[in-house]
Every structure is written in C-alpha cells, then in structure tokens.
Design a binder for this molecule. Structure first.
Ligand SMILES: Nc1ncnc2c1ncn2[C@@H]1O[C@H](COP(=O)(O)OP(=O)(O)OP(=O)(O)O)[C@@H](O)[C@H]1O
Ligand SMILES: O=c1ccn([C@@H]2O[C@H](COP(=O)(O)O)[C@@H](O)[C@H]2O)c(=O)[nH]1
Length: 239
C-alpha cells in the first residue's frame, strides 16, 4: 500500500456539494459517495478531522441580503452545518467508519460539544471527528473553522474539497478564461485576491505553516489519490 504524504489532515467538505443536483438540502447519495472517499483515506491509516460547510442550507449573508438580521442568518448557517455534520456522520457509520460529531454550539441532546481535549481523545481512539457549528461565532465561515481546527489538532494539511478542482486565476464558474494553478504560496493567494477560501482562513493557515490543498470533492477517489501523492489539485504552501 502507498504511504500517505500526510498522516493527519483536516478535510473541509463543501456544504453546497452535499445538495448534488437539488436546489437545497442534502442528497444522501452524494453524502454516501463523499463518505466512501473518506473511508478509503481512513483505510490508508490517515487521521481525519472534518469541517462541513453549510452553503446548501443557509448563508448569513444571503439571509441579510433579503432584509433579515445578519447575526440570526449566521446562527441559521451554523445550525445548517450541524445538520450536514449529522448527515455525513450517518453516511460514514453506514460504512463502519467510527465517527463522532463535536459541535462548537452546545446541543448536548444531539451531539457532544467541541473541546480540544475531547477531540484528542476521539482521534487517539481512531475516530473520525466531524466539527459542526463552524467557529461558533457569527461573521465567520466554515473555511475559518477549518483553519482553526486544523491548527488545534496539529493537522499537517487542510484539504478543501469543493465544487472546483483547484485554485484558478478567477472564479472558473463565471470566467471560462480562468486558468488553474498547480501551486501557490499563502501570500500569493491573499495578494491576488483569489476567493476560493476566505482571507481569515488563509491567514490562519499561513501563520501556522499549514499547507492548503484545494480539490474537487466530486472527483471519486480524489482525496485518496492526492494523499497517495497524485491527483488533481492546487497546493498552497509557505514561500
Ligand atoms: N480564484 C478562484 N479559484 C477557484 N474557485 C474560486 C475562485 N474564486 C471564486 N471561486 C469559487 O469559490 C467556490 C468555493 O467557495 P466556498 O467556500 O464559498 O464554497 P464551498 O466550498 O462550496 O463551501 P460551502 O458551500 O460550504 O460554503 C468555488 O466553488 C468557486 O466557484
Ligand atoms: O464560524 C462560522 C461558520 C459559519 N457561519 C455561518 O454559516 C454559514 C454556512 O457556512 P459556509 O462557510 O458559508 O458554508 C455561513 O455563511 C455563515 O452564515 C458562521 O456564522 N460562523
């Protein structure tokens, strides 16, 4: 078996990806497919922490743009990430991957609360840990939560599994002329204003020397291929 290039990683799963071809919510087949890629990586011996986004349910900015209160919208967004985390945990458990959900917002009847100590205990026991509720604070995103949790668990890399297969010179969804980068530095991502990940998240990753790998979560087996040293992605490292 190929030796993985990293032993402990933080995977950010796009919330938007979870809805598949639907306009809202979760397509269980997509959740199962993503879970099978995670199971494959666990079988390679890689420790995995996961942050799930909430773009398939609510984004605070969208709620605010329709006249709602931003903080309430952000609360709704964070609750959406808990729903997604529970769905992904269900898919992983179907595949016999021991999984626990830790939430940044206390909801003890539903899942355990996040703490670094609890995380360590679960990871040492071989569990996949899904971090729900983002950072627990409004005005942030799950990208920032991914960077923070990555630093907290000592992850060797952040894998941003998103709708596109890397970082481009412009958003490839709206600009067909955009070209993909193979590699960038954290500073280049920030200076060029490449918006695949929010500024705060890239800054935390840079500060803590954590590489970011952007890849398509829709590419079956893509997560494992990158950990095996191949795959299609953009890698962001220190200068
Ligand atoms: N320079 C760029 N290179 C690549 N993608 C970019 C770039 N600029 C903007 N994007 C867009 O950023 C998106 C990813 O951002 P975002 O984190 O908001 O979505 P996500 O990963 O689907 O997460 P969620 O749904 O959980 O919020 C990509 O789908 C892509 O369309
Ligand atoms: O720390 C956080 C994380 C998220 N939110 C809110 O949730 C939605 C969904 O998260 P995405 O990262 O966009 O997928 C986000 O738009 C925020 O409204 C938050 O407030 N704090």
């Amino acid at each position: 078996m190929t030796n993985p290039i990293f032993r402990r990683v933080l995977l950010k799963v796009s919330g938007e990806a979870l809805m598949g071809n639907q306009g809202f919510g979760i397509d269980v087949n997509v959740a199962d497919r993503i879970a099978s890629d995670i199971a494959e990586v666990r079988a390679m011996g890689v420790e995995v922490g996961i942050v799930v986004g909430g773009g398939n349910i609510f984004r605070g900015v969208a709620v605010a743009s329709k006249g709602g209160e931003r903080v309430t919208g952000d609360h709704m967004g964070m609750l959406g990430t808990v729903i997604n985390a529970l769905a992904l945990a269900t898919s992983l458990r179907k595949m016999d991957v021991d999984t626990v959900v830790l939430s940044a917002i206390a909801m003890p009847e539903i899942c355990q609360s996040f703490s670094q100590r609890a995380t360590r205990t679960h990871m040492d026991a071989g569990r996949v840990v899904i971090f729900a509720g983002g950072t627990g604070n409004p005005f942030f995103t799950t990208d920032s939560a991914a960077a923070l949790r990555a630093a907290e668990i000592g992850a060797e890399a952040i894998f941003k599994g998103t709708q596109v297969d890397g970082i481009y010179s412009a958003d490839p969804k709206t600009n067909p002329e955009a070209t993909r980068f193979e590699a960038l530095t954290h500073s280049q991502v920030l200076e060029r204003g490449l918006q695949v990940m929010d500024v705060a998240a890239v800054a935390v990753a840079r500060e803590n020397n954590i590489p970011i790998i952007v890849f398509s979560i829709h590419e079956r087996g893509g997560f494992g291929q990158i950990l095996a040293g191949g795959g299609r992605k953009t890698i962001v490292t220190d200068e």
